[in-house]
Each structure stands twice: as C-alpha cells, then as structure tokens.
Design a protein around this ligand. Structure first.
Ligand code: GDP
Length: 434
C-alpha cells in the first residue's frame, strides 16, 4: 500500500487541539516532523489520564518507535529543549535515537527574550500579545541574516565568534546604552551545542530517505493559518509560516511529498493575545465556553478570547491549505447550549463580505452575519460513532461542512485519544487504514 504523508495544521487562531489529533494519528506514521514556530506553541496531550505539555518536541515522542524531527523552520531555545528532554526522561520517555534536530534551525539567544519584551513595550497600544519567549526576535535575526544556526554552534569557533559578535552588536544597538559582552554568549552556546550534538543532523535528507523507504511522515503544524506571517491577521500574527507552505520551507521537503492536508478547527473559535476576532463573545456565554473548554493558554495560562464558529475563517483556511478534511474538535464544549451560531460573513461599512479581508480595518466595527441552529441536550462527550451523536449536533456539523467548504474527517468529543469519531469513508479513515 502506498503510504501517504499528511500535514496537520491549525485552521483558526491556534489552540484547536492539534496536539491530541497528532497524538492519535501518530501510530499510523513512522515520523512526525515539526516545521515552524518555537517553544511558544503548547500542545497538551493526555495519555491514560497523564498530562504532557510539549512545546518544541513533537508529541509523537510519546509513542515508542516513532522518530521526531525538528526542522530548519523552527527556532530553538536550547534550554527549553533540554527542559523538555529532561521532563520526558523523568516520565520514562527517552529521546535518544528518536529525535533529529535540523542543523539549519536557528537558535534563540538569551537576549532575544529581552528584545521581545522591549519590542512589545515599544509598540504600546499596538502590541501583538507575544509569549515573550524571544521567538519573534530570533526570526528577525534569521531574516536579517545575522542569526546563529545549530550548525554554527557545532562548527568552527572562530566563525562562531564572528557571527556572535555581529549578533550581539545588533542587540546592543537595539537597547540604549547597552554594552553586552559577546564572549560569555559564545561559551554558553558551545556548551549547549555539546549537549545537543547527538541529536543534530540533516532533517531534509532524513525525511527524503524516510519517504523513499516507503515510510510515512506526519508534518506537524504549530500555531495556525490565521497566525501565519503572510496569510494571517498581520501584524497580529506569529513570525513564521504556519500554513501549508511552511512544510516545504521549514523542513526542506518538496510539495509532492505532501499527500494530504488535515485542518484542525474547534467547533467554536478562540484566540489568545491581541488582534481581530470577529465572532468574539463577551459576558456569560464567553465565560461558559472558556470554563467548559478550559480555554487558558497551555504555554502562558492566559485566558483565551472565545466566540462562535467562523466559517469565513475556516473556508479561507481550507482554500489556502488545500484541506482534504477538517478535524472538528471540542464539539462536547457546546453540549447543553439551547442554540448555536455559525458566522457566514461580515457586515462591514462597505457591504457584506464573505472572504477574509487582508486589511484589518475592514473588520473594525464589522458585524458577523450569523445563522442560528438548535443546540443539543444529550451529551456528545465521549461519543465515538457518528450515529450516536444527537441529531442536532449532526445537523450542526453538516452545516459547518457546507459553509466551510470542507468535510469533517474526524470529530473530537473529549480530550482523550479515544474520545474521537472517524467519519466513515473520509480521508482520515483512508490515512489511518495502514
Ligand atoms: P493545540 O495547541 O492546538 O494542541 O491546542 P491546546 O493543547 O493548546 O489546547 C487544546 C486543549 O483542548 C487541550 O487541553 C486538549 O486536551 C483539549 N482538547 C482537545 N480536543 C478536545 C475535545 O474534543 N474536547 C475537549 N473538551 N477538550 C479537548
């Protein structure tokens, strides 16, 4: 049987529950590869009631025998990586021989965090709401061609000294009256490199060899399409390409290697940090979604903003990423609501729009156009077969499919791996047959 490599991406503003979806699909793949972002992502996975929060290492690591790769498109804080490796070791999970870190990935330097905080403070009212972990400044250095890569740290010390000197002087220029010495930075990097060395390699080549050998790869996205640096709600976005193009650039794989794309979307919408959220709710309903859905950031604990399902957003994601199917998560969070709403367009100053606008000013004062559907009183929580869902929930799902232009291959009805419906005849069913 021909094995399909699939990408799993966030279709909204992140926190859609990608961690659980990736985790449950992983047994069908030999390798899980992460292609962008940094330790600002936070995937929460429950296995047999035990909670794991992974920021950098793909959650596939929790499955024995699965190889996990971190691509060149990811920015790595070595201390964050070591912390995760140590925590996994304490839980009895060893990464040795199963983790491959790209030699081309860029390093988050100690002062990138400081620059992150500073740049948010300088933006004042226009702050982005970053996690302050130095991710944005590390990507800025990458694009500014003064970044330090993993292979630089493992290579010639003189060349590293030149690169670090340049990087530190850029940092000193950014911070008034700052005279940080570059020498301790090198010593620290060298010792971090020592520890990382055995995990480092050519991720692009390793993926090619994996695929040629007939094994399948799952490309794991972090953050989400509407946070993509190019296609998201700029400037309230992350610093990398979280949509499908990031797979090719962030791992060094050809587009032909991607055999399927699964978009993960919540049955409602959330967003953490600043930026537009057209279907945002306030008051009791928002609190109810937040509490029932436990909508607090896995990385920072920040409360997430909550709203109704926005089909304009998911339709946009479906087109951009070429989604073959959607994994609809957290349906159970809507259990017991008398009615549920779906946004199909925005009423703006210049008329109703049904395509997601580039200019965020269009969204200011825009009013969502809603369709209201009946809610359901019987619980969907833990349901594993489509036929066992309440009729109103099935109707809600099929309306979401129609207005979003993508069918649901998987429906998640709880945080546990088993609390899942795989739609009969769907792409997800095909991918999980092998
Ligand atoms: P990710 O970054 O996309 O993986 O999302 P997070 O891990 O930040 O948030 C997802 C949270 O929702 C985690 O705590 C999951 O355990 C939980 N979760 C995932 N799927 C479901 C579901 O279908 N129902 C409920 N109630 N929780 C879910």
């Amino acid at each position: 049987m021909v094995k399909t490599n699939i990408a799993v991406l966030g279709a909204q503003w992140g926190d859609e529950g990608k961690g659980k979806i990736v985790d449950m699909l992983t047994p069908h793949f030999s390798t899980v590869a992460r292609f962008q972002g940094g330790h600002n992502a936070g995937h929460t996975v429950y296995v047999d009631g035990r909670k794991f929060v992974l920021h950098l290492i793909p959650s596939g690591i929790l499955h024995a025998g699965v190889t996990c790769m971190i691509g060149n498109g990811v920015v790595i804080d070595p201390d964050a990586l070591f912390k995760e490796v140590d925590e996994l070791a304490r839980a009895g999970v060893s990464v040795d021989g199963r983790l491959l870190v790209s030699e081309k990935a860029h390093i988050i330097l100690p002062y990138h965090r400081e620059l992150d905080v500073l740049s948010e403070a300088r933006r004042g009212e226009r702050k982005i709401g970053t996690t302050s972990r130095g991710i944005g400044p590390a990507y800025e250095d990458k694009i500014g061609r003064r970044g330090i890569r993993v292979c630089d740290v493992l290579g010639d010390r003189e060349a590293l000294a030149t690169a670090v000197r340049e990087n530190v002087s850029a940092r000193n220029r950014a911070i008034k009256d700052s005279t940080l010495d570059w020498r301790p930075v090198i010593d620290r990097l060298v010792s971090q490199g020592e520890r990382m060395k055995s995990w480092v390699g050519d991720v692009s080549l390793a993926l090619h060899q994996t695929i040629v050998a007939g094994k399948s790869v799952l490309f794991e996205g972090a953050q989400a399409t509407l946070l993509d640096i190019d296609h998201g709600t700029y400037p309230f976005v992350t610093s990398s390409n979280a949509s499908i193009g990031g797979v090719c650039t962030g791992l060094g794989v050809a587009p032909k290697a991607i055999g399927g794309v699964l978009g993960v979307a919540k049955a409602y919408t959330t967003r953490v940090g600043e930026g537009p959220l057209p279907t945002e709710l306030n008051g009791e309903l928002a609190d109810r979604l937040r509490e029932t859905g436990q909508e607090y950031g896995a990385s920072t604990g920040r409360p997430r903003r909550c709203g109704w399902y926005d089909a304009v957003v998911v339709r946009y994601s479906a087109r951009l990423n070429g989604l073959d199917a959607m994994a609809l998560t957290k349906l159970d969070v809507l259990d017991g609501l008398p009615e549920v709403k779906v946004c199909t367009g925005y009423r703006t100053a210049s008329g109703t729009v049904t395509e997601f606008p580039a200019d965020l000013r269009v969204l200011i004062g825009a009013e969502p156009v809603y369709e209201t559907l009946p809610g359901w009183s019987a619980p969907t929580k833990g349901v594993t077969r489509m036929d066992d869902l309440p009729a109103e929930a099935r109707r809600y799902i099929s309306r979401l499919e129609e207005v979003s232009g993508v069918s649901c291959g998987l429906i998640s009805t709880g945080s546990d791996r088993n609390e899942t419906i795989i739609a009969p005849g769907s792409a997800v069913e095909r991918w999980t047959k092998n």
